[in-house]
Design a binder for this molecule. Structure first.
Ligand SMILES: [Zn+2]
Ligand SMILES: [Zn+2]
Length: 563
């Protein structure tokens, strides 16, 4: 049986074999032979499968007998028994030790065979006990360096917010693009897929002469601890110790490089099941040459979108015509009513909904009924100044412990919209929390459910409740769930947004802005919506102002009638 193995997968397998050999074999030539064969395979013009079929592999210079036999096996069976054997001899995480700057494959091999070191923990233990220094070719100095390196390695596994990764990536991309031997650069990896938490930054670079490009990048010192992983890959650390990978290829391989380094692994494998990594200067070209309709990077967590016949146009920031959930100095915001409204108008919005905290949120200086009167008068005055921007008067009202909405019906009925949010007793039991939110959703004044899970990325998990019950009640009561665009929240999570949409829930993208600058959180909000696969039509605040005003007025009327 012929399994269609692309040359990149074959090359990766050869590289992995080379790494294992280097762990154990003092003769450097064997490992080099596999590396050389891998590079040869990557640059082959002819189809690898055809070469194998015709028995012409051995005529290719750089591919010897031993390497040729293994390539043939990979092409024919999709795997290498030799690699499987090698894998069995070592612990699975052995190559993670490469993150320690002082360590190369040879040293890692010695540490494993002499001391049984298999990961950072066992390495640290051995070094602290002085056992590393006693090894031949190591010594006290190296041992000390390794201990320091373990700290670096640990930092390298650290996680970062997407917004940080995006900024770090884009900054670096611009710097790289300004180097004269570099023709193109693009941020790829999980940042391009807009994953909410990222572990590293990847950048694909196109250069006619990758060697020259690598030398130029190193000279610029754009990263700390920069090192060459192979002739196409640099690794270094950027701000806050974020790990950065730079992948350098020739322009005709740029499209493939962007696709492969964007990932995810499942998506790339899915792509290769239908297509090939042919020469293409852009990723769009690559899709086109393979007759595969383009899949937006945000949707590439798995291969499923490749199978869909129709592609949808995902929502874009420019689709938003207005927004809600804006704080002012009346509660815990930094800018005045007028300043926030001016910012909304400058962003080209047709409408803006102000919503300061309610009285129960005392820590956030929630508004008492008297404050509300003053604020409403001020909003009326400011509204005239920011015309034609339409201003909606709202509140972010606390969902109290028993599920009642702060303020009560009489005051709530004065607002154009109400965002109901939980700001207390996050630790409630799941059932109790579910009941609490369900009761809140039953209040007819509630327009939106605010930051539904209360999570703070990299800080705390959200509270637990039964998602489907809440989604069904939202759909039933016509309460929309907000997509809170604060980069720490990005709440509701895109995975759940998809699920909720299927159950008929409406969504609206809000910045939860506490300053004019934070109005840009509407943009991070679109990351979530795009990752959930939403179109502009599926988001409430892409609607024109008249439609929105009408909807809110009708809902308010219904709430009044319900008392
Ligand atoms: Zn809130
Ligand atoms: Zn808020």
């Amino acid at each position: 049986m012929i399994v269609a193995m692309d040359k990149w997968t074959v090359a990766r397998t050869l590289d992995e074999i080379a790494q294992y050999i280097e762990l154990s074999d003092p003769n450097p030539f064997r490992a080099r032979a596999f590396e050389k064969a891998a590079r040869k395979v990557e640059t082959l013009e002819a189809d690898l499968g055809d070469l194998v079929k015709r028995g012409e592999l051995s005529s290719v210079s750089g591919i010897g007998k031993a390497t040729g036999a293994i390539i043939e096996e990979i092409v024919n069976t999709g795997q290498s028994r030799y690699l499987d054997e090698l894998r069995e001899q070592y612990p699975p995480g052995i190559f993670d030790l490469l993150r320690v700057p002082a360590l190369g494959l040879k040293k890692i091999g010695v540490l494993f065979s002499e001391l049984g070191v298999s990961d950072l923990e066992t390495l640290e233990q051995a070094a602290r006990e002085g056992r590393v220094a006693k090894l031949k070719g190591f010594g006290a100095k190296t041992q000390q360096k390794i201990l320091e390196g373990i700290e670096v390695a640990r930092n390298r596994t650290s996680k970062h917010l997407l917004t940080f990764g995006l900024h770090a990536g884009e900054t670096l991309r611009e710097q790289l693009a300004s180097i004269d031997v570099i023709e193109d650069a693009e941020v790829t990896g999980s940042v391009r897929r807009r994953l909410e938490v990222i572990q590293n930054v990847n950048i694909a670079v196109a250069a006619r002469d990758p060697k020259k490009a690598i030398a130029a990048i190193k000279k610029r010192k754009l990263l700390d601890a920069i090192e060459e992983l192979d002739e196409n890959t640099l690794r270094g650390t950027g701000r806050e110790d974020v790990v950065v990978f730079i992948h350098i290829v020739t322009p005709e391989n740029f499209g493939s490089c962007v696709l492969v380094t964007t990932g995810s692994r499942e998506f790339v494998e899915g792509f290769l099941a239908h297509g090939k990594l042919t020469k293409a200067r852009t990723e769009h070209d690559l899709f086109e040459k393979n007759g595969i309709a383009f899949v937006e990077p945000e949707l590439r967590e798995d291969a499923a979108p490749l199978k869909k016949k129709k592609r949808v146009t995902l929502i874009q920031p420019t689709d938003l015509r207005g927004t809600f959930h804006i704080h002012t100095t009346y509660s815990d915001g930094r800018h005045s009513v007028l300043q926030m409204l001016e910012e909304a108008r400058e962003r080209g919005f047709e409408y803006a909904g102000l919503s300061d905290h309610s009285q129960a949120a005392f820590y956030a200086r929630g508004l008492k009924p008297d404050d509300l009167k003053r604020q409403h008068a001020e909003i009326d005055r400011a509204s005239e100044e920011v015309a034609p921007l339409r201003v909606f008067r709202g509140t972010e009202a606390d969902i109290l412990n028993d599920g009642a909405i702060d303020y009560g019906a009489k005051i709530l009925s004065k607002f154009d919209f109400v965002i109901a949010s939980i700001h207390s007793r996050f630790g409630m039991e799941k059932d109790e929390m579910t009941d609490r939110i369900l009761r809140a959703l039953d209040d007819p004044h509630v327009t939106f459910l605010g930051h539904a899970t209360g999570r703070k990325l990299l800080v705390r998990d959200g509270y637990t409740f039964e998602f489907d019950k809440i989604f069904d009640r939202c759909a039933e009561r016509g309460v929309m769930i907000e997509i809170n665009g604060n980069p720490y929240r990005l709440d509701l999570d895109w995975r759940h947004v998809r699920r909720a949409i299927d159950r008929g829930v409406g969504f609206s993208i809000h910045p939860d802005a506490h300053s004019t600058r934070e109005m840009s959180h509407v943009i991070s909000g679109t990351w979530v919506a795009r990752k959930a696969g939403l179109t502009a039509k599926q988001i409430f605040n892409t609607k024109p102002v008249d439609e929105v005003a009408e909807y809110l007025a009708a809902r308010r009327k219904r709430a009044l009638a319900a008392g």
